[in-house]
Design a protein around this ligand. Sequence first.
Ligand code: IPE
Ligand code: IPE
Ligand code: MG
Length: 243
Amino acid sequence: MAEGDAGASLGKIPQHVAFIMDGNGRWAQARGLPRNAGHRAGRENVRRVLDACGEFGIKHVTLYAFSTENWKRPTDEVRGLMNLFENATDSELAELHRNGVQIRHLGRQEGLSPLLRNRLNHAAQQTRNNTKLVLSIALNYGGRAEIVDAVRRMIEAGLRPEDVTEESLSRYLYTAGLPDPDLVVRTAGEMRLSNFMVWQAAYAEYYSTPTFWPDFDREELRKALASYDQRHRRFGQLDQQAK
Ligand code: IPE
Ligand code: IPE
Ligand code: MG
């Protein structure tokens, strides 16, 4: 299917969709498999969801892959996840680049292996001029850490108190230059942000589905987009003003 065609029956398509990819562990558990098998299935599913996002004409996709809190998991699981990230940032790069995808990393570099840092930086560098779709990977990402990092850099840059505004602070976040997410999709049923985009999602629409991330397919995405299409975004105004 050609890019953008899939959304023809939907009134409005969000410009930026951010996914909290949750439920890999429960997906594996339901099959009697180790948790890392769930993470491998989740990694495979990223390709399918990205293709579907392209079909619906979504321009910005953000994936929450690993939070600053996920380091507290058992060493084996963290190691398995880091191996997956190291492999995926290498093996998927050529095809993403061919498809015109721009790759960005959101999160702290400290704490990641030198190999993974290099691969994330290389992917961002190689794809920086691509414009078809912007894929932001939130890895070692925490919304609170992001704001702390931004404030530190503002102080280092010598900003005066009166220079600190919502606009200037936004320019110091990892997401500088990206539009705020219009829609946050969380798989696996939880009703929380888990420290994801706490600043940027202030006015995002929220959608939660019980489906585990490895099972979240094109039809599930269509349902999320259909739900978004029904929402009235008012941004504090009255319905008739916010049209
Ligand atoms: C999401 O799946 C992946 C990461 C947080 C890295 P989980 O691993 O959290 O899966 P559940 O929530 O245990 O099912
Ligand atoms: C959120 O999922 C983080 C990612 C999807 C990367 P978690 O599974 O870590 O969230 P909690 O612990 O249930 O809040
Ligand atoms: Mg989880």
